[in-house]
Structures are given as C-alpha cells and as structure tokens.
Write a protein that binds this ligand. Structure first.
Ligand code: C2E
Ligand code: CA
Ligand code: CA
Ligand code: CA
Length: 279
C-alpha cells in the first residue's frame, strides 16, 4: 500500500510538472504575442429577439498560431491573469472593440453597442477607469455604447477597491452587463444595488432549452427576476430554434449563440451587417 501511495504521489507530481511546463511555455509565447499585436479580436452578434436584428456584439479574444491553429481564451486568459499580462491584453481588446464599434457608427450602424469582458485581476492596480476613459477618447466611441461584462465575483468583492473603480466607470457613462449569471455566487442584494443594464444567463441553462425541461423553470425565474430589477435579459449559448422559440415565449429580450453566428473576424461581421441591411 505504501508503495502504491508513493507511485500516486509521483504521478501527481509529474502531472503538476506537466501543467506548470505548459503554463510556462504559454506564458513565454504570450508575452511577445501581445507586445507584437499577434492577438485578434473576434465579434459575436447579439440579437434583439423583439425585432430579430443585431443590436450588439461581444468582443472575444483569439490567438492565431503560425501554423494556422487557434488558441482559445479559456486556455490563455487564466495565464494572462496570473502573470499580470491581463492588463495589456485587456487594453488591447478594449481598444479594438471600441475602434470597430466607432467605425460601425461612422458607416450608419449607429445603434450598435459593443461588449467587452473584464477579469477580476484587471481591477488590481486601479488603472482600469483611466484606461477606459482614454480608449473612449482615442477611438471617439460615445461611452454609452460600451458595455463592460462583469462576473458576480467582481461585484461581490468587498475587501478590495473594486467598487470605487466601478463607480468611476459608471461616472464615465459606460453600461454594464452581469455575465455567466447562475453559475457563480449569486447575491441578489449586490445585483439590485449595482443596477447593471443587462443580465446574461449562462449557456449551461440555455443550450438544451426547448428540448428538455430541466432548466425551463430556472430560466423563467431568472428572466422574471431580471425584469423586476429593470434589467434586459440576454440568453447566451442559443444553438437551435427550439431554444429561441422558448426564450421568446418566456419573455427574454436578447439572444446570442451559434444559431445566429459564432464569434467571427471583423470582415465577416461586416458581411453579416451588410446582409441584414439589405434584407
Ligand atoms: P464568455 O464571456 O461567457 O463568452 C461566451 C463564450 O461562449 C465564448 O467562448 C463564445 O464563443 C461561446 N459561445 C457563444 N455562443 C455559443 C453557443 O451557441 N454554444 C456554445 N457552446 N458556446 C457559445 P470563447 O470565445 O471561447 O471565450 C471563452 C471565455 O473566455 C469567455 O466566456 C470569457 O470569459 C473569456 N474571454 C474571452 N475574451 C476575453 C477578453 O477579451 N477578456 C477577458 N477577460 N476574458 C475573455
Ligand atoms: Ca462574456
Ligand atoms: Ca458568459
Ligand atoms: Ca465567462
């Protein structure tokens, strides 16, 4: 038994080594990729379910590799967060997103808003409000067209100085959405007092909607709660017509998911908007 225990220890140890080797090599590649502008920002449309038109887009970062492969954010965002690179990465995404949205406004798509994800660790050094302010100024995007996506853990932070920064951001006039709702530590009191404009229901509750009844009551309750707090509701992860139909029936305002489009590069997003304007 002793021997077995030791083997297991060695097994864990080598797994840990493998993990930290992978993180280390990602980090070594990520730093120059960010500095040399090798990351790309893709955009995924959000659809107003009342009018069936594109009302917004979410900026989602991508890391294309020399060999044509793509590294997705779930793999490198945590590495960026733990290394301090997240501030540079975040500023890059923010600027690309605001620039693209301002461009859309200049060609007549002047109702379109853009959503940018924020990490907890971007609040660490208090620089975020200043960065947002200068990016808005630089790109010329009016503040109310920028929507910052926050998770509940950011709202729940009480030790740090996140709430001060959130107040500063609110004063700039940017909008807020609560992301991944239903998966985190939900505190309805924070939710009510923070007063975000949008609530995004996590995709784990949405993808099977209309096919199996498992999450229907929950989704319905979240939608009603959000409405009573005067928030618009976004359903993420809408993959089929069944989910869309059910969401409309339940009174959801906005949908996002593969049913309409995956996250796509700017040029393809332009095509999407062009097709919609011709229709
Ligand atoms: P998220 O903010 O929840 O973004 C939505 C994710 O769901 C995206 O994954 C998107 O591609 C995916 N998705 C959209 N529609 C569907 C669908 O119909 N079905 C399914 N199964 N998935 C769908 P992605 O782009 O891989 O991003 C993963 C996560 O990485 C994001 O989750 C977000 O937390 C983080 N992330 C992405 N870009 C950034 C960024 O610029 N900054 C920060 N801090 N985090 C980012
Ligand atoms: Ca998001
Ligand atoms: Ca989400
Ligand atoms: Ca997320």
């Amino acid at each position: 038994a002793k021997r077995k225990g030791r083997n297991r220890f060695e097994y864990y140890n080598s797994k840990l080594d493998e993990h930290s080797d992978r993180v280390f090599s990602l980090l070594q590649k990520l730093r120059p990729a960010i500095l040399n502008n090798k990351l790309e920002v893709y955009f995924q449309p959000l659809i107003d379910l009342h009018s069936d038109t594109i009302c917004s887009m979410e900026a989602l970062v991508r890391w294309p590799q020399e060999d044509g492969a793509m590294i997705f954010p779930d793999q490198f965002i945590p590495v960026a967060e733990s290394s301090g690179l997240i501030n540079k990465l975040g500023a890059f995404v923010l600027e690309e997103a605001c620039r693209f949205c301002a461009h859309q406004h200049s060609i007549g798509n002047d109702k379109l808003t853009v959503a940018v994800n924020l990490s907890f660790s971007q609040f660490r050094d208090n620089s975020l409000p200043g960065i947002v302010e200068s990016v808005l100024k630089k790109t010329g995007l009016a503040a109310n067209f920028l929507e910052l996506e926050l998770t509940e853990s950011i709202l729940a932070d009480e030790q740090g100085n996140i709430s001060t920064q959130l107040e500063q951001l609110k004063k700039l006039g940017v909008q807020f959405a609560i992301d991944d709702f239903g998966t985190g530590y939900s505190n309805l009191n924070y939710l009510r007092s923070f007063n975000a404009g949008k609530l995004k229901i996590d995709k784990i509750f949405i993808t099977t909607l209309g096919i199996d009844e498992k999450h229907e009551m929950l989704v319905s309750a979240i939608i009603n709660m959000a409405k009573s707090l005067d928030m618009k509701v976004v359903a993420e992860g809408v993959e089929g017509d069944a989910a869309k139909t059910k969401l409309i029936e339940l009174g959801c305002d906005i949908g996002q998911g593969y049913l309409w489009s995956k996250p796509i590069p700017e040029s393809q997003f332009n095509e999407l908007l062009k097709v919609e304007r011709q229709a």
